[in-house]
Design a protein around this ligand. Structure first.
Ligand SMILES: *[C@@H]1O[C@H](CO)[C@@H](O)[C@H](O)[C@H]1NC(C)=O
Ligand SMILES: *[C@@H]1O[C@H](CO)[C@@H](O)[C@H](O)[C@H]1NC(C)=O
Ligand SMILES: *[C@@H]1O[C@H](CO)[C@@H](O)[C@H](O)[C@H]1NC(C)=O
Ligand SMILES: *[C@@H]1O[C@H](CO)[C@@H](O)[C@H](O)[C@H]1NC(C)=O
Ligand SMILES: *[C@@H]1O[C@H](CO)[C@@H](O)[C@H](O)[C@H]1NC(C)=O
Ligand SMILES: CC(=O)N[C@H]1CO[C@H](CO)[C@@H](O)[C@@H]1O
Length: 456
C-alpha cells in the first residue's frame, strides 16, 4: 500500500467519531457507489462575480459563517490613512450595483493582502497571510469620483437580506449550502470558468481573446464525457456575455462538437420532455441591466428569476428524482468576504504576468484559491437546510472546497482521473448524497421581485 493511502485511511479512522450518523466518508467505495446509484443527471449553473458574504451574508440558517451571525466585519476606508475610519458590513445592498468592484488578479491582491504585488515566496511559505482588509479601499480608489462613500460601502461591503433574495433563501433553507467554497483563481471570469471545467486556466489570467478564439488546448469535462460515451449539452442564454464555456477549448471545434452548444430555451423543452443529457451546463447572460448572471450592474432579482426558472423546470420534470443541481458562481467579483483564501497546488507550471495600477508587474503562480463564493447542492438526495463545513482531500486532510471539487466528484460519478494536480488535491462531495430520497422538496420557489424604494 502506498504510504499516503495508509495515512489517508488512518486519518479517516481518526475522523470517524466526528462524522454524524448516516453520513458517508468521501473518496471511499461506499460513497462513490451511493453517488452512482442515485445521480444520473448533473446540472451546473455558474452565476457571475459575487462573494459568499455579499449574496448569503444575511441568511439566518445555522452554521453559516456570515456577517449576520458573526459580523459586522470592517475594512479601513483607506489602507494607508487610518484616520479616514472604517467601512463595515451591513444589511441590504442594491438590486443593481453600478460600480463594478475590481476583480483583476491585482484587485484581489490588494483586497486580500493590502498590496498589488504581494511577495509570492512569503505567501507560499505561509509567512504572508491574507487579511481581507482592502475591499473598501479599492472601491474608493476606483469610484470616489463617481459616487459617494455611503453608496460605495453599500455596494462592496453590504449583504442581501433574506427578504431581498427570496429564491436563494428558499434554496438555503431547503437544500445544502457549502460554507467554505472558493473560486479556483483570484481573478476574472473566463480563467475561473475554464478552471471549473478543465482544472486549469492554462496560464490565462484575464478574459483575453484566447477564450473567444477556442484556443485552450486542455482536456475539458466536455471532451472527457464525449470520449467515454456520456452525454452533455451546454445551454447558453442567447443574450450572451458568459462563455459558452464549452467553446473555450480547441477540442470542441476540432471534433465538431459545437452542435452541443444550444440556446437556453432548449433547456426548458428538454427538462419538460425528460430529455436532459447526463451533464447540463448552463451559461447565464452577462453583464448589464437586463442580464441574468447577477454580475454588476445586472439585477440581483433578474438573477433570482433565472435560478427559479431552472429549479422549477427541473423540479417539475420527469428527471428530478435522478438529478443533482449544482448552483455556483465563477468568482467573488471584488465583493467583500471576511474568510481568507487558502493556498492550493498549482495545476501546471504556467504563470501569468500583468501590470498593476502602480506600474509594477505582478506574476501570479496559480498557487492559491480565489474568494469565497456561494455554492449549493440542490437535489432530493441532499439534506434539508444543511450547511457543509470544510471537506476532505484524498490524503485525509481537511481543506476548503473549491471549483475543482466539482471535477473531483464528477470523476467519481463518470469514472475519470483528475485532469490536474489541483483537481487531484480537491475535496470531493459525493459523500453528501444521502441513501434515501426526500419527498419534502418545494415544488416551486418563491417569485422574486425587483427591489422597491429606488435601488436598495
Ligand atoms: C489614502 O490615503 C493616502 C495617504 O493619505 C492618500 O494619498 C490617498 O489618496 C488616499 N486614497 C484615497 C482613495 O483617498
Ligand atoms: C449618496 O448619493 C446618493 C445618490 O446616489 C444619495 O441618495 C445619498 O443621499 C448620498 N449620501 C450621502 C451621505 O451624501
Ligand atoms: C494542457 O494542454 C497543453 C497542450 O497540450 C499541455 O502541454 C499541458 O500539459 C496541459 N496541461 C495540463 C494541466 O494538463
Ligand atoms: C489543441 O491544441 C493543442 C496545442 O496546440 C494540440 O496539441 C491539440 O492537438 C489540439 N487539439 C485538437 C483536438 O485539435
Ligand atoms: C512542473 O515542473 C516540475 C519541476 O520542473 C516537474 O517535476 C513537474 O512534473 C511539472 N508539472 C507539470 C504538471 O508539468
Ligand atoms: C471581478 C471580475 O472578474 N469581474 C468579471 C465579471 O465578469 C465580467 C465578464 O466576464 C468580466 O469582464 C469581469 O472582469
Amino acid at each position: 500500500m502506498h504510504p499516503s493511502t495508509l495515512l489517508g485511511l488512518l486519518s479517516f479512522a481518526a475522523a470517524a467519531v466526528a462524522v454524524p450518523a448516516g453520513h458517508q466518508h468521501p473518496h471511499t467505495s461506499n460513497s462513490i457507489k451511493n453517488l452512482k446509484s442515485h445521480i444520473k443527471n448533473v446540472v451546473i449553473l455558474v452565476m457571475e462575480n459575487r462573494s459568499f458574504d455579499n449574496i448569503l451574508g444575511g441568511q439566518s440558517t445555522r452554521g453559516l459563517d456570515n456577517p449576520l451571525h458573526n459580523g459586522p466585519f470592517c475594512n479601513p476606508f483607506n489602507l494607508t490613512d487610518p484616520s479616514e475610519g472604517l467601512a463595515c458590513t451591513g444589511p441590504k445592498s442594491f438590486d443593481s450595483v453600478v460600480n463594478d468592484p475590481d476583480h483583476a488578479i491585482y484587485g484581489n491582491n490588494i483586497q486580500f493582502y493590502g498590496e498589488y504585488t504581494p511577495d509570492n515566496n512569503a505567501i507560499a511559505s505561509g509567512k504572508l497571510k491574507p487579511h481581507n482588509q482592502g475591499f473598501a479601499h479599492e472601491q474608493m480608489r476606483l469610484y470616489l469620483d463617481e459616487a459617494n462613500k455611503t453608496d460605495l460601502v453599500t455596494e462592496v461591503m453590504h449583504y442581501y437580506t433574506e427578504e431581498q433574495v427570496p429564491v436563494l433563501t428558499s434554496l438555503v433553507q431547503n437544500y445544502l449550502t457549502f460554507n467554505h467554497w472558493h473560486s479556483d483563481i483570484p481573478g476574472n471570469t473566463n480563467p475561473n470558468r475554464a478552471a471549473l471545467v478543465s482544472g486549469t486556466s492554462h496560464g490565462h489570467g484575464l478574459n483575453d481573446e484566447g477564450f473567444d478564439n477556442h484556443e485552450l488546448p486542455n482536456r475539458s469535462i466536455f471532451q472527457q464525457l464525449t470520449e467515454t460515451g456520456h452525454s452533455w449539452v451546454n445551454y447558453v442564454d442567447p443574450d450572451g456575455g458568459t462563455g459558452p464555456d464549452a467553446a473555450f477549448f480547441n477540442w470542441t471545434y476540432a471534433t465538431n462538437n459545437q452542435d452541443k452548444i444550444v440556446p437556453l430555451a432548449n433547456f426548458y423543452d428538454d427538462a419538460a420532455a425528460g430529455a436532459l443529457p447526463e451533464l447540463t451546463y448552463i451559461n447565464p447572460s452577462c453583464c448589464g441591466v437586463g442580464t441574468t448572471s447577477m454580475h454588476p450592474s445586472g439585477l440581483i432579482s433578474d438573477g433570482e428569476t433565472l435560478i427559479k426558472s431552472v429549479y422549477d423546470a427541473l423540479r417539475s420534470g420527469p428527471q428530478w428524482h435522478d438529478t443533482l443541481f449544482i448552483l455556483t458562481f465563477d468568482e467573488s467579483g471584488g465583493f467583500h468576504d471576511h474568510v481568507p483564501s487558502p493556498l492550493a497546488p498549482r495545476p501546471d507550471n504556467l504563470t501569468f504576468t500583468l501590470e498593476t495600477p502602480n506600474g509594477d508587474d505582478y506574476t501570479f503562480p496559480f498557487n492559491r484559491l480565489g474568494g469565497r463564493i456561494p455554492t449549493l447542492l440542490i437535489s432530493p438526495w441532499v439534506g434539508k437546510g444543511t450547511v457543509e463545513q470544510k471537506g476532505t482531500n484524498h490524503n485525509g486532510e481537511t481543506i476548503s472546497y473549491s471549483a475543482t471539487s466539482i471535477l473531483r466528484t464528477l470523476g467519481y460519478l463518470w469514472d475519470f482521473e483528475p485532469f490536474t494536480p489541483r483537481v487531484e488535491h480537491a475535496a470531493s462531495f459525493e459523500h453528501l448524497i444521502r441513501s434515501n430520497a426526500r419527498t419534502n422538496t418545494p415544488s416551486a420557489l418563491p417569485e422574486p421581485e425587483a427591489f422597491k424604494k429606488g435601488r436598495v
